[in-house]
Design a protein around this ligand. Sequence first.
Ligand SMILES: [Fe+2]
Ligand SMILES: [Fe+2]
Length: 161
Amino acid sequence: MNDSGEPPSQVLSSDHREIDRTFEEFQATPPAATGRRTELFDRFATDLRRHIAVEEQLLFPVFVEGEPSRRLLVDLMLDEHRRIEEVLQEIHRRLDTGPASTGDLESELLNVLWAHNAREEESVYPWFDAHLSSQQARTVKRGLRESVPTNNEPRLEERDA
Ligand SMILES: [Fe+2]
Ligand SMILES: [Fe+2]
């Protein structure tokens, strides 16, 4: 998928791990270190939102195209993304109030995130290894690193058509 030929499933799963590591660092930082905690959480949330945007804008449309039976699985993942976003916002709000504990919300987030990531890694990502062109794979990798196109820009399948 990238210059060294790493398959998309591996690149996407590695991105999960990297995002997890930032969250672990956040969790290991005591509530009294408010500034550091906010900084780590902001980085975690930015990276996770970027990852989700790549999935929703570049990957899921290709996955579901021509195979409507995958719609249910994609809808489930979109619901989970929405739930993840809700909890992210709740944590942002709590951190804004000062050195508060966010342990309950962290558990809630991890419950959704772990099941969600496992589902993607088992049932979704492997499909892309066989079905993305190297150009599409590069676009995905770039999206994970930088940003994804807005909804007004051509989607992956249109750009490669
Ligand atoms: Fe996802
Ligand atoms: Fe993911």
